[in-house]
Ligand binder design. Structure first.
Ligand SMILES: [Zn+2]
Length: 135
């Protein structure tokens, strides 16, 4: 019979299990319910942290898109297109459609304060009217 290639590996794993040298010095005993729960909590917290980082990155990326900055407004033909346009946009982190909080005219154009109903972010979306661009 051929020697199994994983034989060495399984033997060392068994050794580690029963080796008093490896066991002493760690407080890793039989996992208790509390221990498992604590570990799950830590994992969940870490996951949450990573997810937040990802959300922030997505958000920063979105801010580079037209509309999120005053110097990069979205051009529309008429003011009546503005609010429907905002409702058609989605929050980059939640992928949920924005709500329109308020809509005001500025010297440069229009600004809509949008809100994501899920994460509660309230980005300002900048618009400029095309008629204004040509005049
Ligand atoms: Zn959101």
């Amino acid at each position: 019979m051929e020697p199994r290639p994983d034989c060495q590996q399984s033997r060392s794993a068994k050794c580690a299990e029963s080796c008093p040298l490896l066991l002493s010095g760690t407080n890793e005993q039989q996992p208790t319910y509390d221990g498992l729960m604590a570990r799950a909590r830590t994992a969940r917290r870490e996951l949450e942290r990573e997810r937040k980082k990802l959300d922030e990155a997505k958000w920063k990326l979105a801010l580079l898109q037209p509309g999120y900055r005053r110097d990069r407004p979205i051009a529309v033909d008429s003011a009546s297109q503005i609010e429907p346009h905002v409702r058609g946009m989605t929050c980059p982190t939640c992928d949920v459609s924005y709500r329109v909080l308020d809509h005001r005219a500025t010297p440069e154009g229009r600004v809509v304060r949008a809100q994501c109903p899920q994460c509660g972010r309230t980005p300002e979306i900048h618009f400029v009217l095309r008629e204004r661009l040509s005049s």
